[in-house]
Write a protein that binds this ligand. Structure first.
Ligand code: SF4
Ligand code: SF4
Ligand code: SF4
Length: 258
């Protein structure tokens, strides 16, 4: 592959999924418009959603999903040992994500409700970075196709990818959006990393924090604003806890503490 006449390496890429809805992997597979161009840039050696091939060796591993079993740990460690670059992909992998909801229910009851008599083994929900070193976190629930492609291009060109660290509010205001808080909708935009073009607030839904905490998070200020707007502690704690993005904050209530 050439860029501006210069020969560039074509990295071998593998995509793996752990506990997840596979929605992030689907974003990649279900991208017919650009898939051909993307495959001109990389060699996909393993990606269950698009091929049963499993070729030896890869440089970059994209890992979707949370780690919830000891088998997951072994598999992830093997991936880490092979990959030169390990990229956690999506909120489940980066934050624990919606899988963390599991911590709030008695597992046998929840399993029975969903799976009937089928037995499901599941342990503590862990982020990928809690188990092995992660080189890059690609945020979102699901990830954005465009951001994935941008990331791949940056890596091929040897550029360290820089994700926005400022808050969703910045992108929201750049788009001259009416703040949904004034319309009675709770929004975590002030403490959440931008990069999604404020897609939820632009569509009159508040932000749920799927891209993780922004830099210089001011929990005190957001708590004050949310209470001023009349949102209940239960409402706030449900929203803050949803993606497990703000675990460890001591100011906003979380569901486990509520
Ligand atoms: S981050 Fe969201 S879309 Fe991606 S696997 Fe997890 S739940 Fe699915
Ligand atoms: S809608 Fe949300 S992201 Fe937009 S300005 Fe209001 S709080 Fe910030
Ligand atoms: S607005 Fe918030 S919840 Fe919606 S995509 Fe962006 S970061 Fe995720």
């Amino acid at each position: 592959m050439k860029y501006l006449g210069i020969e560039l390496p074509k990295p071998k890429v593998a995509v793996f999924g752990f506990t997840s809805c596979e929605g992030c992997q689907l974003q990649l597979a279900n991208n017919e418009q650009n898939l051909k161009d993307l495959f001109a840039l990389i060699e996909v050696v393993e990606f269950r959603l698009i091929s049963s091939d499993k070729l030896d060796g890869y440089d970059i591993a994209f890992v979707e999903g949370s780690i919830t079993t000891e088998e997951d740990v072994d598999a992830l460690e093997a991936i880490r040992a092979q990959a030169k670059l390990l990229i956690a992909m999506g909120a489940c992998a980066c934050l624990g994500g919606v899988n963390n909801l599991r911590e709030r229910f008695q597992l046998p009851d929840a399993v029975k409700e969903v799976y009937g008599k089928h037995k499901i083994e599941s342990g503590e929900v862990r982020r990928v970075a809690e188990v092995v070193p992660v080189d890059i976190e690609l945020p979102g629930c699901p990830i954005s196709k465009a951001e994935f492609e941008w990331l791949v291009r940056q890596l091929i060109l040897g550029i360290e990818p820089q994700f926005p660290r400022y808050s969703v509010c910045v992108e929201c205001k750049q788009r001259i959006n009416t703040c949904v808080m004034h319309l009675g909708t709770l929004c975590l935009g002030p403490i959440t990393c931008a990069g999604c073009n404020a897609v939820c607030p632009r569509n009159r839904a508040g932000c749920w924090g799927c891209r993780g905490p922004s830099e210089e998070v001011n929990y005190e200020s957001l708590a004050e604003i949310l209470r001023e707007h009349g949102f209940s502690e239960a409402h706030i704690s449900e929203r803050v806890s949803f993606f497990n993005a703000f675990a460890g904050n001591q100011v906003l209530p979380t569901l486990n503490e509520a």
